[in-house]
Design a protein around this ligand. Structure first.
Ligand code: ZN
Length: 314
């Protein structure tokens, strides 16, 4: 079975880093990720550069990368103004990913928007992005829980998925922005979304805040979802969500999927090489585990004391 793996480290990961990451470093990382076989790479964020300084150079990153055929390069925006900037860029993203939170409180904190304002923006987004050939994906943040409001009812999330698809969005992401999802909850909500909207491209975006990220991926796959976001080396967080920490780690997810016979099209060795670079770029320890432990079947040399001679004596 084929699972599609996206990476969001250059956006969701770098956005919370306190040191400014040079544009050239971001471009080099995107180009390295392009060689790994990922389906989508999130490259830029058209948010207020005063609030998220590390995302101010999205246009330059998009203009500087070498685009690999078959890879979709995506950018994120929280409102119409952001999408207008994305559409105006000389080197446009292939897909704009607009975000609204299922929780009204979180939407005000993150996007400074009510649900009604976000949705009316999104109707305009379709009108300006589609004619220039951009795909539109809609993310629903805090789909599995909100740090201010707690659990969000499944009906609310399913209602927003329906609204996005009615607007003409090409895909919908359910995001667990602050890592509040658990596997049974994912099975229930993702299962209902897949059954209610057959044929829709649904992506799950998990954070590993409470160590349930990869278990949630397996619950999502069992529920029929084929697209997953991860962040190489497990970087990530949300500047406007208290306690938000790293995304699920892309190479840990790919290792888990390959172990179970899923096809991802991803070259895991190349992805681990990217993760090792990330650690140097951000200058601090990163959560990725396979980059430290090695792939599951990366066998080690047999200890010297266990020589043929030793066996012969025994
Ligand atoms: Zn996220």
């Amino acid at each position: 079975m084929r699972i599609f793996v996206n990476d969001v480290a250059v956006r969701d990961g770098f956005q919370i880093e306190k040191t400014l990451i040079p544009t050239a470093t971001k471009i080099a990382m995107v180009d390295a990720l392009s060689e790994t076989g990922l389906a989508k790479i999130e490259v830029a964020s058209y948010v207020n550069p005063k609030l998220v300084p590390n995302m101010a150079d999205g246009d330059e990153v998009l203009a500087g990368i070498q685009r690999k055929p078959g890879v979709l390069y995506t950018a994120i925006a929280l409102n119409l103004k952001g999408v207008e900037r994305a559409v105006a860029a000389k080197a446009r993203a292939d897909e704009i990913n607009v975000v609204m939170s299922a929780s009204e409180t979180h939407n005000r904190a993150n996007a400074n928007r009510t649900h009604a304002q976000s949705l009316s923006d999104f109707a305009e987004v379709v009108k300006i992005a589609k004619p220039v050939g951009m795909l539109v994906n809609g993310a629903i943040s805090t789909s599995f829980g909100c740090p201010f409001e707690g659990r969000i009812s499944e009906e609310v999330v399913i209602g927003f998925v329906g609204k996005y698809l009615e607007l003409g969005f090409d895909g919908v992401s359910l995001a667990d922005t602050t890592g509040m999802a658990n596997p049974r909850q994912v099975a229930s909500l993702a299962g209902r979304v897949v059954k209610t909207f057959p044929g829709a491209e649904i992506t799950l975006h998990f954070h590993n805040t409470r160590s349930m990220g990869l278990a949630n991926v397996m619950a999502g796959i069992d529920a029929g979802v084929m697209h997953y976001d991860g962040s190489v080396a497990g970087l990530g967080g949300c500047p406007f969500a208290p306690g938000a920490t790293g995304n699920i780690c892309t190479e840990d997810m790919v290792n888990m999927l390959h172990d179970q016979g899923f096809e991802t099209g991803v070259d895991l060795d190349k992805l681990i090489a990217c993760a090792n670079q990330i650690e140097q770029i951000v200058g601090h320890a990163v959560p990725g585990q396979v980059m430290k432990a090695g792939k599951t079947l990366e066998l080690r040399p047999i200890p010297a004391r266990l020589t043929q001679e030793d066996f012969a004596k025994a």
